[in-house]
Design a binder for this molecule. Structure first.
Ligand SMILES: [Zn+2]
Ligand SMILES: [Zn+2]
Length: 198
């Protein structure tokens, strides 16, 4: 039977092939190797991601860390850094993506913008696709030390997913996890309602 490769699985989940996904893929594989674990099923892993871009999908698929399980933590720093660790002993690796792999073609960013804005000509789109594909392939095949900066760290990892009590919003009537509820004029309300009423 045909077996999907790890890369195929990552692409299937993400929906397209792109350099960001390739970076996340390389980072995830490196982390699993450094931590000597295969997947999150046997060893409880935690991933802390400092961006919410394409690469995070590769991290989720390969490490098994996900929002739903509470072991994927998003820190909105806008940095290409992934920290993956074992919950059991806090052994972790911090993986930072080396700069030269991100910015080396100014034209690429101009092209991305026009493609996203819908202003790109057919020629632009072709060039963009070509650069996109080349970049992805280069990242997939590059020697690891050229793309990843790996540091071993010890982490004070978050506890297992916490269960919170639910309370009812006085405005919309929907339930909300207690720590997320707000008190306004003595009433318990949810965040969306609290921003509407200010
Ligand atoms: Zn992508
Ligand atoms: Zn509400």
């Amino acid at each position: 039977m045909y077996q999907l490769s790890d890369w195929d699985k990552v692409v299937e989940f993400h929906g397209h092939i792109c350099p960001g996904l390739a970076v996340g893929y390389r980072a995830a594989l490196a982390a699993l190797r450094e931590l000597q674990v295969s997947r999150s099923e046997d060893e409880q892993l935690v991933a802390i991601v400092e961006n919410d871009a394409c690469g995070v999908d590769a991290i989720q698929v390969l490490t098994g860390c996900s929002f739903g399980k509470g072991n994927l933590i998003f820190r909105d720093y806008g940095k290409h850094v992934f920290t993956i660790g074992r919950r059991s002993d806090g052994k972790a690796v911090r993986i930072s993506i080396k700069k030269k792999n991100r910015v080396e073609n100014k034209n690429y960013y101009v092209l991305i913008k026009s493609v996203l804005n819908g202003n790109a000509t057919e020629e632009d789109k072709k060039t963009f696709k070509k650069i996109h594909k080349e970049k992805t392939e280069r990242i997939l095949n590059a020697p690891e030390e050229e793309i990843l900066e790996i540091t071993h760290v010890t982490l004070d990892l978050p506890r297992k997913a916490q269960i919170f009590q639910s309370v009812e919003c006085a405005i919309c009537g929907e339930t909300v996890m207690e720590p997320r509820a707000r008190i306004q004029n003595g009433k318990i309300i949810c965040i969306p309602c609290s921003s509407l009423s200010t």
